[in-house]
Ligand binder design. Structure first.
Ligand SMILES: [Ca+2]
Length: 305
């Protein structure tokens, strides 16, 4: 305030003072008093971490990316074979391989037995006591599980052995064995006789009626209920079929061509259940002369249409 009164007095004395000049001068004085206050404030600190600098990691590119120019060579199968040339249901086959590797036997990892297209892997070879010798045994059932065994006559199955070394090199060798059945055919891995199998009559899974049978690859069933008197040849022929003695009734001790019933109702209500105990009657036997006059109806064993 002291400056203010001095200025006013000065203005009166000089009469030179104008309000604006007064304000400007006042401002200049104020700046002179307080202006220096900010000048001595703390300097801006740049003490933060220097994120802009590179981390100095000037490592060279990974030397492991060198191309695999090693001279490691694939293994070699010196021999590969089986203990048998053919197997049937219930049997097994052992595969034996002798394998080496130019880079030393320790470079060899092992091998597996596969189907030629590689889609089926039967198992891994096990090393035997002898270095470089590998064996694997698989059963008929294992072969069937991998790929269903089903054939008429004989079939073959080719197996591929593949061995590996540490570097991933492989070597393969194939061997083929025969699959056979004494019955002449296999259905779903089971040996069957297609000429007599009720469940595989003439072809796999072609099943005959329970009360019928299979003969020469054809199914037979009981004829319709017929009054006794004709031969079964005639009865079957009347149905457009042929007679056979391959059907089985309640009596399984012998194949019969015919079953007998007391009356038509007994036959119709329970076909295939009649008696065949009194005689073994074949297709071309003459007109039936009943030992028991009660039997008035019969069924013959005829081929299915
Ligand atoms: Ca090798």
């Amino acid at each position: 305030m002291k400056y203010m009164s001095v200025l006013r007095r000065l203005c009166k004395v000089t009469r030179f003072c104008k309000r604006r000049v007064f304000a400007v001068v006042l401002g200049m004085i104020a700046a002179g008093i307080f202006g220096g206050c900010g000048a001595n404030g703390p300097a801006s600190s740049d003490a933060g971490p220097d994120a802009g600098q590179a981390d100095g990691d000037t490592d060279n590119p990974d030397a492991d990316s060198q191309s695999d120019s090693d001279t490691n060579e694939p293994p070699m199968i010196l021999s590969f074979g089986t203990n048998v040339s053919d197997i049937t249901e219930g049997e097994s086959v052992t595969f034996t391989a002798v394998v080496s590797d130019p880079d030393g036997i320790d470079d060899l990892i092992g091998g597996a037995l596969k189907s030629p297209d590689g889609t089926v892997v039967y198992g891994a070879f096990a090393t035997s006591a002898q270095e470089g010798a590998y064996t694997l045994t698989i059963t008929w059932n294992a072969v069937d599980q991998a790929q269903s065994i089903e054939f008429t006559g004989e079939d073959t199955r080719t197996f591929l052995a593949e061995f590996f070394d540490i570097s991933g090199h492989t070597v393969v060798e194939q061997v083929t064995i025969q699959l056979y059945c004494d019955t002449g055919a296999a259905c779903d891995g089971k040996c069957v006789d297609l000429s007599t199998s009720s469940n595989n009559c003439g072809a796999c899974r072609h099943a005959c009626a329970v009360a019928g049978g299979c003969s020469s690859g054809a199914c037979y069933e009981w004829s319709s209920c017929t009054e006794v008197g004709d031969t079964c040849d005639d009865i079957c022929a009347s149905e457009g079929r042929t007679c056979a003695v391959v059907c089985f009734g309640s009596d399984l001790t012998a194949p019969r061509a015919v079953l007998h019933y007391m009356d038509i109702n007994a036959c119709i209500s329970d076909p295939g259940s009649g008696s065949s105990l009194t005689s073994v009657r074949y297709c071309d036997e003459p007109v039936f002369v009943p030992a028991f006059p009660f039997w008035t109806v019969e069924q013959c064993c005829c081929s299915t249409p």
